[in-house]
Every structure is written in C-alpha cells, then in structure tokens.
Ligand binder design. Structure first.
Ligand SMILES: [Zn+2]
Length: 289
C-alpha cells in the first residue's frame, strides 16, 4: 500500500473543492479590501500556476516519486528505521515535512537568488486563495533538490509523500484565502495552525512583517523560532513588496520575466523611502482583527 501514491484524482477533487469553497467564502465575507479586479488577478495567477504545474510534472515528478519508491525499497531515511503503525508514520512525516518546509521558506527569503523566484509570489497586490497557486516555475525547479532531500532524509514513501502533497495544498489555500473568520475562532485555530490573518502579515509591504510568520502548517515553528508576529491589524496591512506597488509593474508578462531581470531593492518604494512598521518591535502578541 505504501508504494502506491494516493490516486491523483483524489488530490485534484480535494484541491478544486477547497479552492471553490474558499472562493465562495471570499466573495461573501472578504477579510481585506481588494486593490486589483479579482477576476483579472485570478486569471493571471492561474496562468503562473499552470506553467508551474507543467514544470512540476516534467521535472519534479520523474525525480521525487521514483526516489520515494527507492527510499521505501531500500529502507532509507529516518522514518524507515522505526516500525511505526501507518497513522503514526503519516503524522510524524507531516510534522517533519512541515518543519523542513519552514526552513525552506526562510531560505526563499534570505538567499538573494531564491528571493528572485519567491518574489513573484509576494508581489501580488492582493492576497487570496489564487495567490496560494501563484509560484514562479523557477521556484518550483529550485525546490526539487530540497524536496528530494526531504524524501530521502525523512524517509517518505510514495504514499506518505502524496498525503503530504494533499494536506499541504489545503493548508496553503486556506491561509492565503481572503476570508474573514470570526476573530475568536481564528485566535483559537491559530494556536495550532497558520490562519489567513497570520499569513496576511507575512505578505505585508513592511520588511519586518514579511520576515515573520514563515510557517505553512503548524504555527509551532514560528513560535519556537521567535518569528511569530500577530500584532498587526489586517486593515493596516498593505499587501505586496514596496518596489512593486504599481499594478503596471506586476502584469503577467512582467512577473513571468521578473526572476531574470535586473531588480530594484525590494523593501524600499521607488522613491527610496521605506514603509512604516506597525505595532511594537517585539514580535509575539495576540492576533489582532
Ligand atoms: Zn514568503
């Protein structure tokens, strides 16, 4: 059973169902006011996602899936050293994937070359479920060696890897979505997992705020690393990157070309000034509405 991944159609139905549900909620109860027309942005994000999906099918799948099958056959990796029951193996695999993804996300921001790729995700002027799919294909290609390392070191089988893919997709669709949950629910939920308001702060134009809330599943990693920042009200968050705040610099052709171009310093406006940070410098606080 472990050697067979979860059928692709299940992941497809799960992803599409989650996206449609969140999309419906976004129109009923939006959290942040939109800067650009929603349909135009969504169409742009879907094209970026489509190119990345092709890159994943052509380059990631032929490497990572056979590697996971090999890991299982040869009993490589951490998880293969314990005879865990399946439920525990899946649980531990998800936690370890989540933590290693936290580290990868930090690297995407800290390593200048990787930031060029991840920038395309952050220059979206609004944040909604479609942003969760908007990753430049260069980011997808750069992540293949990291993903292979995760599979090898953690010891993922094709089955556990495909479970992680499904869970990860639902998590990122949810925390990028522009839905206003009741603040009391979200505070409660946020003690465990990354929520829309928490991730909204990561997409702020303020550098200090972007350099926080790097977790994508469990909130725990930001809490442990002291990078959890909750004290910014959503109404004060301007989404994007200061150097790219004009809609004309984030059109589809511009963002597809972005990783290959000469880029201005990200965290200053074109006039050289930097946006004002919100709240106190101490990162941890209570999630604000
Ligand atoms: Zn990021």
């Amino acid at each position: 059973m472990l050697s067979t991944p979860v059928p692709r159609w299940i992941a497809g139905v799960l992803g599409a169902g989650t996206l449609l549900l969140l999309r419906w909620l976004e129109t009923r109860k939006p959290l942040r006011r939109l800067v650009e027309p929603k349909l135009r942005r969504e169409a742009r994000n879907v094209v970026v996602a489509g190119v990345s999906a092709i890159a994943l099918v052509l380059a990631e799948r032929p490497i990572v899936m056979p590697l996971a099958a090999l890991v299982e056959r040869k009993e490589w990796g951490l998880l293969r050293q314990f005879g865990f029951p399946l439920w525990l193996e899946i649980g531990v695999a998800l936690v370890l994937m989540d933590y290693s993804f936290y580290i990868w996300h930090v690297l995407m921001h800290r390593v200048p070359l990787l930031w060029r790729f991840h920038l395309v995700h952050h220059v979206d002027l609004d944040l909604d479920a479609s942003t969760a799919l908007r990753f430049h294909f260069t980011e997808m290609l750069a992540s293949i060696p990291w993903r292979a390392g995760q599979v090898l070191l953690i010891g993922l089988t094709p089955f556990t890897f495909s479970i992680w893919q499904g869970v990860f997709l639902v998590c990122i669709l949810f925390h990028h979505s522009n839905i206003e949950l009741p603040i009391s629910w979200e505070r409660w939920l946020n003690k465990l997992i990354v929520t829309p308001r928490m991730h909204g702060i990561h997409h702020s134009i303020v550098e200090r705020e972007t350099n926080s809330n790097w977790s994508s599943g469990l909130t725990l990693w930001d809490w442990l690393h002291g990078t959890l920042r909750l004290n910014v009200p959503q109404a004060e968050v301007t989404v994007g990157v200061p150097a790219f705040q004009e809609p004309k610099v984030v059109t589809l052709p511009r963002i597809l070309a972005m990783p290959f171009e000469h880029l201005p310093p990200s965290w200053n406006f074109p006039n050289g000034s930097a946006p004002e940070p919100h709240g106190s410098a101490a990162p941890q606080s209570v999630l604000l509405p």
